[in-house]
Design a protein. Structure first.
Ligand code: NAG
Ligand code: NAG
Ligand code: NAG
Ligand code: NAG
Ligand code: NAG
Ligand code: NAG
Ligand code: NAG
Ligand code: NAG
Ligand code: CU
Length: 578
C-alpha cells in the first residue's frame, strides 16, 4: 500500500535551461610543470604534473601496475572488546590499505572465501572508472555477484588522486567490516611532513547488521552500541554478564612530534552516523573534499557524512601532552547508545599511557549537513556551463510489507543475476522498472552536462548523503524547502565538487556532472539501511558508446556463469541488492 499522506508534487522542471556563459573545460588546463620532486615543502607537484593539472582530461602514465590480492572472510572479531561475527578483507577491520600513484594501473584480485551463502562485489568508492564501468563493483548493475569460493580480478587506471576507500556493495556487508582504505598518491594544496594514512570513523553494533536489518526494514533503525576510530575502541565490560563482552578493546592512539605537520585522511564508513571530527587543542587545515583538492581552510572541527572524505593537516603546535581526538557524534542524526565514547588519543610522548585531561572548545553541531559550502572551493576551478535539461526526481516512501524509500514512486530492486550492464551489452533499450534507470544522452553541446535534482517529499525529515558513481559532481544547490523551478540561484561558478553530498531534510539537492563517461552509474543514499531500502537510481549514460573489451567481457561473463551455477533459481534476496 502506498502512503498518500505525502502527495508527490510535480516540480514542473521539464526543459529548464541553464544559461551560463560558455566556458570550455580545456581552457582550464595548465601547462605541465617541468620535473619536480614531491616532498614536505612542495606537495603541489608530481613529476611533470601538478595540482593545477586538469585531472578530468589528463592522466600521467607511470607505466606501473600495482597488484593486490584480497581475501573476503567471515569470522569472530572484537574490535572494541565485544565479540561478534564480522566480514573482513584478510581478517582485519579496516582491511589492507591499497596504495597506488596517480597514473598507475591497479589490478586487484578478490576472492570470496566466506562460508555462508553471500555473494559479493567490491566498489572502489569515488573512482570514476573511466572506460571501465565493468569494474565498478555494483552487483546487479555492473556485475553479477562473486559466488562463494570464486574470484574476480578488477582492473582500472588511477586517473584521480587523494583519499578514498573500497567496500563491498553487496547488501549490508560493509557494515560488518568489509572495507579498507585507498590512498592514491599525488599532489596536495598544502604542505605537510608526514602522512599518517587513513582515519576511519565508524559506528558499530554488537548485533550483526544482517540481524539488525530485520528491525531496520520495519522503519526506525535500531540504536547501535558504539563507534570505532580506525577499527578500534574500548567498551565497558565491567559488571557485564554477557559472555561476548570479553573486554580488551583499545583506544586509537597516534604520536605527534612537536613542530611537525601531519596529514590525516578522514573517511566516514558508518552505517548511519554523522561525525564532527576534532582534536582538542589543535586546528585542522582541510585540503580536499572526497577526491577533489580544495583551497585550504582552517577550522576547529570537520563535519563528515557517510562515504565522504576530508584530508586534514594538523600541526603539532600545542603544549606537549595528551589530547583527546574526537570522532564527535552528531547526536541529532545518529542513534547510538554510546556516543560519548567516540574518542582516540594524540600523544606527544610515546611513553605516556595516561588518559588525556584535555577538553573541547568545539561547539557541538546540531545539524546533519555538510561543511559550510562556501568553505569547499576546488583548487582546480571549473564552472558549470550550458547545462541542458534537469532530471528531477522526488524522494518518497512506501510500505510494501516493509518500509521502502522511493525515487519518483519506485523503490530500487535489482536482480543480481541480470545486471544492467548485461542488458546494455545485449542492446536492450528497456530496463526492468525497479532498476530505476534514467537514460542521459549527449545533446551535441560541448561540454556535455547532466543535472539531477532530488526533492525530498517524504516528510520523514532526515538528511541523506547522496553518492554518485562514475563521476565527481558539481553542487548547484543544497537547500531546505521546495525547489520552485527557478534555477537562477544555482551556483555554477566553481561550485563545491565531490562524490557525496547531503540532501537536506525536506529540501533539495541539485548536482551537475559531465557526460564524459559512458556507463551504468548508481546514485544512492549512503546510509546503509536506506540503500537496502531502495533509495537509489541508475544513470545509463551515453548508452550507445558503452563498450567492454573482449577480455573484460570474459571476466564479466565468467562471474555471471559461476553465480548462475551457485544460485540457479530465484535467490532469497531480502533487500534492494545494494
Ligand atoms: C519524476 O516525477 C516528476 C513529477 O511527476 C516529473 O516532473 C519528472 O520528470 C520525473 N522524473 C523522471 C526522470 O521521470
Ligand atoms: C617528464 O617529461 C620529460 C620530458 O618530456 C621526460 O623526459 C620525463 O621522463 C618525464 N618525467 C616523468 C616523471 O614523467
Ligand atoms: C590477503 O590474503 C591473501 C590470502 O591469504 C594473501 O595472498 C594476500 O597477500 C593478502 N593481501 C594483503 C594485501 O595483505
Ligand atoms: C549473507 O550472510 C548473512 C550472515 O551470514 C546472512 O544473514 C544473510 O542472510 C546472507 N544474505 C544473503 C543474500 O545470502
Ligand atoms: C589507520 O589504519 C590504517 C590501516 O590499518 C593504517 O594504514 C593507518 O595508518 C591508520 N591511521 C592512523 C592515523 O594511524
Ligand atoms: C563511556 O562513556 C561513559 C559516559 O560518557 C563513561 O561513563 C564510561 O566510563 C565510558 N566508557 C569507556 C569504556 O570509556
Ligand atoms: C618513542 O620516541 C622516542 C623518541 O622520539 C623514540 O626513540 C622511540 O623509538 C619511540 N618508541 C616507540 C615505541 O615508538
Ligand atoms: C529567481 O530568483 C532570483 C533570485 O535568486 C530572483 O531575482 C528572480 O526574480 C527569480 N525569478 C523568478 C522567475 O522567480
Ligand atoms: Cu538516506
Amino acid at each position: 500500500m502506498k502512503l498518500t499522506l505525502f502527495s508527490l508534487v510535480a516540480a514542473a522542471l521539464g526543459s529548464q535551461a541553464l544559461s551560463i556563459p560558455y566556458h570550455s573545460l580545456e581552457t582550464s588546463l595548465q601547462p605541465r610543470q617541468s620535473n619536480c620532486e614531491n616532498g614536505p615543502d612542495s606537495r603541489n607537484c608530481w613529476g611533470n604534473f601538478s595540482i593545477d593539472t586538469n585531472y578530468y582530461d589528463v592522466t600521467p602514465d607511470t607505466g606501473n601496475t600495482v597488484e593486490y590480492w584480497l581475501s573476503i572472510e567471515e569470522g569472530d572479531c572484537a574490535p572494541d572488546g565485544y565479540q561478534r561475527t564480522c566480514m573482513t578483507f584478510n581478517g582485519t577491520v579496516p582491511g589492507p590499505t591499497i596504495i597506488a600513484d596517480w597514473g598507475d594501473n591497479l589490478v586487484i584480485h578478490v576472492t570470496n572465501n566466506m562460508q555462508n551463502t553471500n555473494g559479493t562485489a567490491i566498489h572502489w568508492h569515488g573512482l570514476r572508472q573511466q572506460g571501465s564501468v565493468e569494474y565498478d563493483g555494483v552487483p546487479g548493475v555492473t556485475q553479477c555477484p562473486i559466488a562463494p569460493g570464486q574470484s574476480m580480478t578488477y582492473k582500472f587506471r588511477v586517473t584521480q588522486y587523494g583519499s578514498t576507500w573500497y567496500h563491498s556493495h553487496f547488501t549490508l556487508q560493509y557494515a560488518e567490516g568489509l572495507f579498507g582504505g585507498m590512498i592514491l598518491r599525488g599532489p596536495a594544496t598544502a604542505n605537510y611532513d608526514e602522512d599518517l594514512g587513513s582515519l576511519f570513523l565508524q559506528d558499530w553494533g554488537h548485533v550483526e547488521a544482517f540481524t539488525n536489518w530485520y528491525t531496520a526494514r520495519k522503519g526506525a533503525p535500531p540504536a547501535l552500541d558504539g563507534g570505532l576510530i580506525n577499527g578500534t575502541n574500548t567498551f565497558d565490560c565491567s559488571g557485564s554478564t554477557d559472555a561476548n563482552c570479553v573486554g580488551g578493546g583499545k583506544k586509537f592512539e597516534t604520536v605527534f612530534e612537536s613542530g611537525k605537520k601531519y596529514l590525516l585522511r578522514l573517511v566516514n564508513v558508518a552505517v548511519d552516523g554523522v561525525f564532527q571530527f576534532s582534536i582538542d587543542g589543535h586546528t585542522l587545515t582541510v585540503i580536499s573534499t572526497d577526491l577533489v583538492p580544495i583551497v585550504p581552510y582552517t577550522t576547529d572541527s570537520v563535519q563528515i557524512t557517510i562515504g565522504q572524505r576530508y584530508e586534514v593537516i594538523v600541526e603539532a603546535n600545542a603544549t606537549p601532552g595528551d589530547y583527546w581526538l574526537r570522532g564527535g557524534w552528531v547526536d541529532t542524526c545518529s542513534n547510538n547508545r554510546n556516543s560519548g565514547n567516540m574518542t582516540g588519543i594524540v600523544r606527544y610522548d610515546n611513553s605516556s599511557t595516561a588518559d588525556p585531561s584535555s577538553s573541547s572548545t568545539v561547539v557541538a553541531s546540531t545539524n546533519c549537513l555538510d561543511e559550510p559550502i562556501q568553505s569547499l572551493v576546488p583548487h582546480l576551478a571549473l564552472d558549470v556551463t550550458n547545462a541542458p535539461t534537469i532530471t528531477s526526481e522526488n524522494l518518497g516512501i512506501l510500505f510494501d510489507s516493509y518500509f521502502k524509500w522511493t525515487i519518483n514512486s519506485s523503490s530500487l530492486l535489482l536482480d543480481w543475476a541480470n545486471p544492467t550492464l548485461e542488458h546494455i551489452l545485449n542492446g536492450d533499450s528497456i530496463f526492468p522498472t525497479e532498476y530505476n534507470v534514467v537514460s542521459v544522452e549527449p545533446s551535441g553541446t560541448d561540454p556535455e552536462w547532466a543535472v539531477l535534482l532530488i526533492q525530498d517529499l517524504s516528510g520523514i525529515g532526515l538528511a541523506h548523503p547522496i553518492h554518485l558513481h562514475g563521476h565527481d559532481f558539481w553542487i548547484l544547490a543544497q537547500t531546505a524547502g521546495m525547489f520552485d523551478g527557478n534555477t537562477t540561484a544555482f551556483n555554477t561558478v566553481n561550485p563545491a565538487r565531490r562524490d557525496v553530498a547531503v540532501l537536506p531534510a525536506n529540501g533539495y539537492l541539485a548536482i551537475a556532472f559531465l557526460l564524459d563517461n559512458p556507463g551504468a552509474w548508481l546514485v544512492h543514499c549512503h546510509i546503509a539501511w536506506h540503500a537496502s531500502e531502495g533509495l537509489s537510481l541508475e544513470f545509463v549514460e551515453s548508452q550507445s558508446s558503452i563498450t567492454v573489451d573482449a577480455a573484460d567481457k570474459t571476466v564479466f561473463d565468467d562471474t555471471c556463469t559461476s553465480w548462475g551455477g551457485f544460485a540457479p533459481g530465484p535467490f532469497p534476496q531480502d533487500d534492494s541488492g545494494i
